[in-house]
Design a protein around this ligand. Structure first.
Ligand code: GLU
Ligand code: MG
Length: 462
């Protein structure tokens, strides 16, 4: 049914895994609710799985973040999950285990049109077809929780118990979580993840990790491995990890900011390019950013797709709920990171700050590439740069500066998404409609809930 070469490669890989005491492979997909779903196989079955896949019902496309099934999900039919052997790696935090992301195909071997990873790959290929190389990296922020049964815990599972009283960016906090952090770094290295930086973040008990950039599919794969590794390492300490955009209601949230650069002929199109476009960028790089800004209200449904996302997206929490761009402006949804002249053009990138970990990273990667390419195809230009915190301006001044508030609820974002030709065209109807059904169901489920109820129900989901 599939490439016979995959058979030989899979046999060689399973031999190598066995030699390294790896006995099983976790094969995952990330569904439209942002949850990683898994089928695991013994190493002996890898060759077969690489050839004929592993059964997975199409109803996975309609699963919600509470395991409910959105309208459209049917118990009938089957799909195959094909482990991507080129992306297989051992899991440093789960001895004996390897991991591979799945591409989903129909029973006749044709690509499944609802496959989120297939969508990201298709967009990556579209960019390559235009002579472009896109590089991406997701940051990860999380809050460490000591669990309801810790000394400070009162047994209430819905209350967060910080594992440390150390301050934001404080060395004291790093000291308190030093053992966890070492294990995390070792486990990630053992899983083939190249870490760039680790630091205590602003919210209580919050940490952040950044990784080196990869192609869009590779960046999404890395995000999956990082999140699961965090969970595995924390559980060894009896701790829990909240990756929720709103670990608690009313405070600073967890982002999953997306950094990106776009290259053509070895040149970074987002690097400062004096004297060309009005934004000081190569016109193609400017058009890429302008495309993202143009699609942003609709993109919000993909990158901030849960009810909890909108608890996080408040002004002055560096979650950047404003539709604007600015150099090094942490309240602008699209922040241009120029880097330092002496560091070379490789470091220049744009950061989409509104993204959070309730989003499917493959859908984020694919949708952002689609929006950037659309900007290039239409030669869009950027509005003026916003150089201050928009919250400090009154409404008319903010309007004049071009900083408009992005959608403030999941329903508002989904209304924009359902109207977006760019995203529907890129995702195709099957994926776009299943995604919309799942997220609409989530919006409906939380419609009458308080902020605390949303935060409590979302805290441990992703
Ligand atoms: N925690 C903030 C957020 O919700 C981001 C902080 C930062 O700029 O790294 O996105
Ligand atoms: Mg941060």
């Amino acid at each position: 049914m599939r490439d016979p070469v995959a058979d030989d490669t899979a046999l060689e890989i399973s031999e190598a895994l066995r030699r390294n005491d790896i006995h099983a492979v976790a094969v995952t997909m990330v569904d439209n609710s942002g949850v990683a779903r898994v089928k695991a196989i013994p190493v002996d079955r890898l060759a077969q799985a690489a050839t004929i896949g592993i059964g997975a019902p199409p109803v996975f496309d309609f699963f919600g973040s509470d395991d409910s099934i959105a309208p459209g999900g049917s118990p009938v039919g089957d799909l195959r999950m094909i482990p991507d052997l080129a992306s297989l790696r051992s899991l440093g935090a789960m001895p004996g285990w390897a991991w591979a992301p799945a591409d989903r195909v129909s029973l006749d071997g044709s690509p499944h049109l609802g496959c989120q990873r297939g969508f990201a790959r298709h967009q990556q290929d579209q960019a390559a077809g235009m002579g472009l190389k896109v590089e991406m990296a997701f940051e990860t922020e999380w809050v460490l929780d000591a669990g309801p049964h810790s000394i400070e815990g009162d047994g209430n599972p819905s209350r967060l118990v910080p594992v440390t009283t150390g301050l934001a960016y404080g060395m004291g906090r790093l000291v308190d979580v030093a053992g966890f952090s070492t294990e995390l770094l070792v486990a990630l290295a053992g899983s083939g993840v190249e870490v760039a930086q680790l630091h205590p973040e602003y919210a209580p008990s919050q940490m952040e990790l950044s990784v080196t950039h990869k192609d869009p599919v590779g960046a999404a794969d890395t995000a999956v491995v990082v999140r699961q590794t965090l969970r595995a390492v924390a559980s060894k300490h009896g701790w829990r990890v909240s990756l929720s955009p709103a670990a608690s209601a009313g405070g600073v949230g967890n982002g999953a900011h997306l950094h990106m650069s776009v290259w053509r002929d070895g040149h970074n199109l987002l690097a400062p390019a004096a004297g060309v476009g009005s934004a000081g960028l190569d016109p193609l790089g400017e058009a890429w950013m302008a495309g993202i800004l143009a699609a942003l209200p609709a993109l919000m449904a993909v990158v901030a797709p849960s009810a909890a996302s909108y608890l996080r997206l408040q002004p002055q929490r560096w979650a950047a709920p404003w539709r604007c761009w600015g150099r090094e402006n942490r309240e602008a949804a699209l922040r241009l990171v120029g880097g330092a002249a002496w560091a070379g053009m490789g470091v220049a990138n744009a950061e989409l700050k509104v993204v959070d970990a309730s989003a499917n990273p493959y859908l984020v990667a694919g949708a952002v590439v689609a929006a950037g390419l659309d900007g290039m195809q239409r030669s869009l230009t950027l509005p003026p740069e916003v150089k201050i915190d928009p919250a400090l301006l009154d409404e008319p001044a903010r309007h004049a500066a071009g900083a408009v508030r992005l959608p403030q609820s999941l329903t508002e974002a989904l209304d924009e998404f359902d109207r977006s030709e760019v995203l529907h065209h890129a995702m195709g109807n099957q994926l776009a409609e299943a995604f919309s059904a799942v997220r609409r169901a989530e919006a409906d489920r939380f419609a009458a809930c308080s902020e605390d109820e949303i935060a409590n129900a979302s805290r441990w989901v992703w």
